[in-house]
Ligand binder design. Structure first.
Ligand SMILES: NC(=O)c1ccc[n+]([C@@H]2O[C@H](COP(=O)([O-])OP(=O)(O)OC[C@H]3O[C@@H](n4cnc5c(N)ncnc54)[C@H](OP(=O)(O)O)[C@@H]3O)[C@@H](O)[C@H]2O)c1
Length: 87
């Protein structure tokens, strides 16, 4: 959940660079990254234009290098770690 960091990822320079290379938005890169890890991204938007943007992620693919660069980003966790929390 919260794959966009509740909007906090939008200004990240690495994600901006990768998005520019693919002609896509930062949000589309993030959603694509989650998908390519084999996880279903649960993105939330109440804005119709954003909802359309968020599903327009099937016409490009991140390289292995880009996948690794994003995976190595340092970021604070927003919610609990599902591998360690007590649900
Ligand atoms: N099970 C759990 O414990 C748990 C925990 C956290 C979250 N969740 C659920 O997971 C879902 C997603 O989490 P979330 O809402 O916290 O975070 P999120 O999806 O990472 O971020 C949502 C925020 O990003 C904005 N946004 C969406 N698409 C955008 C776009 N294309 N461009 C710019 N901004 C965009 C939304 O704005 P607008 O809506 O204003 O467009 C909203 O402010 C929600 O349904 C939430 O209820 C579940």
């Amino acid at each position: 959940w919260s794959p966009l960091g509740r909007g906090n990822v939008l200004d990240n320079p690495l994600l901006k660079s990768i998005a520019t290379n693919h002609g896509k938005s930062v949000v589309q890169v993030v959603i694509r990254w989650v998908m390519q890890t084999g996880v279903l991204p649960l993105v939330k938007s109440v804005t119709p234009s954003r909802i359309k943007e968020n599903v327009d992620v099937f016409d490009f693919e991140l390289s292995q290098q880009e996948m690794l660069e994003i995976a190595s980003m340092k970021a604070d966790r927003i919610g609990a770690d599902p591998d360690t929390c007590d649900f």
